[in-house]
Design a protein around this ligand. Structure first.
Ligand code: NAD
Length: 475
C-alpha cells in the first residue's frame, strides 16, 4: 500500500524482513502490510547487539549522544507527513492528531537529549582525606514494550529516555501499529546512531517478554499497557531482580465545580474525551459535576459530542476516527449495554456506526450508577460517564474509589478548592482547568494500580540510571 512503510525488524544496525502477521486498517478492515516476527535467533542477536551497543554508547560523550538524538528528532520533523499518514492508516486517529503525536514525540526526544547532558552526580562533604562521590550511571540494556494507541510517542518516551541516559534498548513495539516504531527507529538509524544501540523486534508479546526479561544483560523493563499485563511483567522482572517502569491503565476522574462556566468546561471535556477516540490512558472518563451546573453541563457536553464528525481519519474534516481494533468495539458495546441495563441514560451515541471499519461515536452516559462496570473498568474508548455530586468531598471520595490512579482533572476558580483537590486526589498527574496531562519536561506516571516509575522530566530520565557511591581515601 502506498504511503505505508515496509515493516522490518532492526537488529545490530541491519533491517530484516520475515514471516509474521497482517496489519489492518481500522477504517476499512483492509490489509496494510505484514509485520515480521522475530525468531529466537533474532532475539539472541538483538541481546548480543544491545550488549555491544551499550559499551559503545555509554562511553560516548553526552554531547555527542545529544547531537545524534537531536538529529533523529529533526529527521522526524522533516518526515512528518509521511509518518502521520502511516499512523492514521494503521491506528485510525484523525490525521491532525497524528501530526501532533509526531511533534510531541519530537519534543520528548529533544528534551530528553538536552537533559541527558545534565545528569549530575554529587560530592558529599566528609572528613579530610575522604571523598564520597555519588555517580549516576546508565543502567544498561533496556527491554521496552510499547502499545498500539500511541504508535510513535509511546516508543519515543522509552527510546528518548534510554538513549539520553546512555543506555541501549531492545524495543518490542505493537504488532498492531508497527509503522510508528519502524519510522522512529529509521530516523535514529539515519541520524547515525551506532549499530546495536537501538534494536526493534516484533512477535508474540508474551513469548518475547518471557524470553528477554530474565536475560542477565537486560537491566530494566519498561512497559506501557494494561494493568493485568503490567502486573504480570512486574512479577517476572521481580523474580529476576530487575527494576521496572510501568505506565498502566487509568480511569481518570474529572471534577467540575459549580463556580465554573458549565458550557465552556463541557465543550473542552467533549474535545478531550474525543482525543484518539478515548483510547488514551489519561482519557477523562468519570465526570463528577456539582449539582448546580450538572444539567447545563450534561446538555452542553451532549450537544458537542453529537456534533463531532466521525469517519476515516485521513479526511481532515473528521474529528473522530475508528477504534484501533475490534476488541475496543466489543468492549464499548458490552459496557454501554451493562450501564444502560443498570439505569444510565444514553444522551448521545451508544451504538456502532456502519459495519465496515470500527466506527463508534463519542457516547455520553448520564446518571451512571456506581455498580455499572464502566465506572470501575477502564473503557479505553469514547465513553464519558457523567454523575451529579452534592459536595466537593463527595466528588473526591468518588474520584478515589477505583484502584486506578494515573491522571485526574478538575475545573474550579476557587484557590481553596484547587488546593484541596491537589492534596486529595490519588493520581500521579492532576491538571486543573485544562486537559493536558503531561509534557516533555514534567514527570508522568501513576500511583496505585496505574503503575510506578515515571516517564518524562528529570524523574523519568533518572529511572534509566543507577546510583553508585565512590568512597575515595585521598590521603
Ligand atoms: P492487552 O492487555 O491484551 O494488551 C495490552 C498491551 O500489552 C498490548 O500492547 C499487548 O501487545 C501487550 N502485551 C500483552 N501481553 C503481553 C506480554 N505477556 N508481554 C508483553 N507485552 C504484552 O489489551 P489490549 O486489548 O491490547 O488493550 C486494551 C487494554 O490495554 C485497555 O483496557 C487499556 O487498559 C490497556 N492499554 C493501556 C495503554 C496505556 O497507555 N497505558 C495502552 C494500550 C492499552
Amino acid at each position: 500500500m502506498a504511503n505505508y512503510p515496509d515493516l522490518q525488524l532492526y537488529i545490530a544496525g541491519q533491517w530484516k524482513g520475515g514471516d509474521g502477521q497482517p496489519v489492518f486498517n481500522p477504517a476499512d478492515d483492509s490489509v496494510l502490510g505484514t509485520v515480521p516476527h522475530a525468531t529466537r535467533a533474532d532475539l539472541d542477536a538483538a541481546l548480543e547487539a544491545a550488549g555491544r551497543g551499550f559499551k559503545v554508547w555509554s562511553r560516548t560523550s553526552p554531547a555527542k549522544r545529544a547531537e545524534i538524538i537531536l538529529k533523529a528528532a529533526q529527521l522526524m520533523r522533516e518526515r512528518i507527513e509521511e509518518l502521520a499518514t502511516a499512523m492514521t492508516l494503521e491506528q485510525g486517529k484523525p490525521i491532525q492528531q497524528s501530526r501532533l503525536e509526531i511533534l510531541r514525540a519530537c519534543e520528548i526526544i529533544e528534551w530528553d537529549a538536552q537533559e541527558g547532558r545534565r545528569i549530575y552526580g554529587r560530592i558529599i562533604p566528609s572528613e579530610p582525606g575522604m571523598r564520597h562521590s555519588v555517580l549516576r550511571q546508565p543502567i544498561g540494556v533496556v527491554a521496552a514494550f510499547s502499545p498500539w494507541n500511541f504508535p510513535t510517542s509511546s516508543p519515543a518516551r522509552k527510546v528518548g529516555g534510554a538513549l539520553s541516559a546512555g543506555c541501549s534498548i531492545i524495543l518490542k513495539a505493537s504488532e498492531e501499529t508497527p509503522a510508528g516504531a519502524v519510522q522512529l527507529v529509521k530516523a535514529f538509524a539515519d541520524a547515525g546512531l551506532p549499530p546495536g544501540v537501538l534494536n526493534l523486534v516484533f512477535g508474540k508479546p508474551a513469548e518475547i517478554s518471557e524470553y528477554l526479561i530474565p536475560q542477565p544483560s537486560v537491566r530494566l523493563v519498561t512497559f506501557t499497557g494494561s494493568v493485568p499485563v503490567g502486573k504480570h511483567l512486574t512479577a517476572l522482572a521481580g523474580m529476576h531482580m530487575k527494576p521496572v517502569i510501568m505506565e498502566l491503565g487509568g480511569h481518570s476522574p474529572v471534577i467540575v465545580c459549580d463556580d465554573v462556566d458549565p458550557v465552556a468546561s463541557a465543550v473542552s471535556s467533549a474535545m478531550a474525551k474525543s482525543r484518539n477516540a478515548g483510547q488514551v490512558c489519561v482519557s477523562p472518563t468519570r465526570f463528577f459535576v456539582e449539582d448546580a451546573i450538572y444539567d447545563r453541563f450534561t446538555e452542553a457536553m451532549t450537544e458537542k459530542a453529537a456534533s463531532l464528525k466521525v469517519g476515516n481519519g485521513l479526511d481532515p474534516a473528521n474529528q473522530l476516527g475508528p477504534l484501533a481494533n475490534e476488541r475496543r468495539l466489543a468492549a464499548m458495546e458490552t459496557l454501554v449495554a451493562d450501564a444502560r441495563s443498570k439505569g444510565a441514560r444514553v444522551m448521545t451515541g451508544g451504538a456502532r456506526i456502519g459495519n465496515r471499519g470500527n466506527f463508534y461515536p463519542l457516547t455520553v452516559l448520564a446518571d451512571v450508577p456506581d455498580d455499572a462496570r464502566a465506572m470501575r473498568e477502564e473503557p479505553f474508548g469514547p465513553l464519558a460517564l457523567l454523575n451529579r455530586v452534592r459536595s466537593l468531598d463527595e466528588a473526591i471520595e468518588k474520584a478515589n474509589s477505583v484502584p486506578y490512579g494515573l491522571a485526574g482533572y478538575a475545573f474550579t476558580n476557587s484557590a481553596h478548592k484547587a488546593d484541596q483537590l491537589a492534596e486529595s486526589i490519588e493520581v500521579g498527574n492532576l491538571s486543573i482547568n485544562h486537559f493536558v496531562a503531561s509534557s516533555a519536561e514534567t514527570p508522568f506516571g501513576g500511583v496505585k494500580d496505574s503503575g510506578f516509575g515515571r516517564e518524562g522530566g528529570v524523574e523519568g530520565l533518572l529511572c534509566y540510571t543507577v546510583v553508585k557511591n565512590v568512597s575515595h581515601m585521598t590521603a
